[in-house]
Design a protein around this ligand. Structure first.
Ligand code: F6R
Length: 366
């Protein structure tokens, strides 16, 4: 049942080239520059007039929401707010009929996310669900939605469900951009052609497994770990930190790299591994100066870099390469080595990777 892998988590990490392909199947038409999302097509006209999108979710699904915020604002030019379902529902949020609320949930059963949907619905918002489990409560509560089609996820730590959520949000961003005329067909052709290559690039990213194992060996006894990124690398850093803490029980924090100097920098010494998302995109130069700040304080730097990188390699203690891609797709690729890193560290520490202590696959309590 684990398909020759030692754990479900590892099997599910390796399934990602396929799960992402399944998620895109029948939804993207690269040659025509077209995205089709049958699940929300009834609302195609409504999308032309909405003022705002509110994304609600918990945990890893909330991290996917943060990636969605970058993509929807960048391409569809609709303002987006991302909220923890558990905070949103207990405020008195301002919601109108012109709002679309996107609820993201792998299980489709998370109690706080369900309660947030119910409140937003009462106040007149249109609810879109992004779920993995077909027929679960959240898809039933939503007005419309898009399934992630990642297949059953058994490992408690979310891996392939996360990348499928990010894929759906990418498709939604492009779909909304298309409906609102915010993007040209030629730009969509270019983006969808690249998106179509992402599953193969994930396959390439998985080939760094041996190097990641070596890095894991070096940092497995750390008591703390920082993850830093900028732009859409920031939610990737948050997700890397959550994966590490939940399965290896190492205290980890994700931060926007520029925020380091406002506090966390005080923690840096030779005992502190700092994982940077340092790929070659618009924030590359800035991230390099953040790496220098960490090295100046003797922190141990592990960097996720673009294939062929030379600059970061001069500074970092360990580099893990991922294929080059449009910045829009960076989270899909940069997440892969972080999943493997937390997996190997947890295995080396003798932790129960598939069923970490105190955690359950679906959180149906408030
Ligand atoms: C972390 C993890 C959790 C879930 C969270 C929300 O790996 O799996 O943080 O993401 O409990 O669950 P869903 O997506 O089922 O609503």
């Amino acid at each position: 049942e684990k398909g020759g892998f030692d754990h479900f988590m590892l099997k599910e990490i390796y399934e990602q080239p396929r799960s992402i392909r399944d998620c895109m199947r029948g939804r993207i038409y690269p040659e025509e520059g077209k995205v089709q999302l049958g699940g929300i097509k009834e609302f195609a006209d409504k999308l032309k007039n909405i003022d705002r999108i509110i994304i609600v979710a918990c945990g890893t699904s909330w991290h996917a929401g943060l990636v969605g915020e970058y993509l929807i604002e960048e391409y569809a030019r609709i303002p987006v707010e991302v909220e923890y379902a558990s905070e949103f529902r207990y405020r008195n949020p301002i919601i109108t009929e012109k709002d679309v609320v996107i609820a993201i949930s792998q299980s489709g059963e998370t109690a706080d996310t369900m309660a947030a949907i119910e409140m937003a619905k009462e106040r007149g918002a249109t609810i879109f669900g992004i779920c993995n489990v077909a027929g679960a409560s959240i898809p039933r509560l939503s007005h419309a939605g898009v399934y992630t089609h990642a297949g059953p996820e058994i490992g408690v730590a979310s891996t392939k469900a996360f990348t499928a959520q990010v894929t759906v949000l990418t498709l939604m961003a492009f779909y909304m951009a298309q409906q609102r005329g915010a993007i040209t067909t030629s730009k969509l052709i270019e983006l969808l052609t690249e998106l179509n290559e992402i599953p193969d690039k994930i396959q390439t990213a998985l080939e760094s497994n041996d190097i990641i194992k070596e890095v894991s060996e070096k940092i497995k006894d750390s008591r703390n770990c920082l993850f830093l990124g900028r732009g859409s690398g920031f939610p990737v850093a948050l997700e890397g930190a959550l994966k590490l803490k939940e399965i290896s029980y190492i205290h980890a924090e994700g931060y926007p790299a520029a925020e380091m100097k406002h506090g966390p920098i005080a923690l840096i010494d030779e005992e502190m591994p700092v994982v940077f998302i340092a790929t070659q995109n618009s924030s590359y130069e800035k991230v390099i100066s953040n790496i220098q700040e960490v090295k100046a304080r003797k922190g141990k730097v592990i960097a996720i870099v673009t294939e062929g990188d030379v600059e970061v390699k001069k500074m970092a203690d360990y580099c893990i390469e991922i294929p080059d891609a449009n910045e829009a797709f960076l989270p899909l690729l940069a997440t892969i080595p972080l999943q493997l890193l937390s997996y190997h560290i947890a295995v080396m520490r003798g932790c129960n990777v598939d069923q970490p202590r105190n955690l359950a696959k679906s959180v149906t309590v408030e």
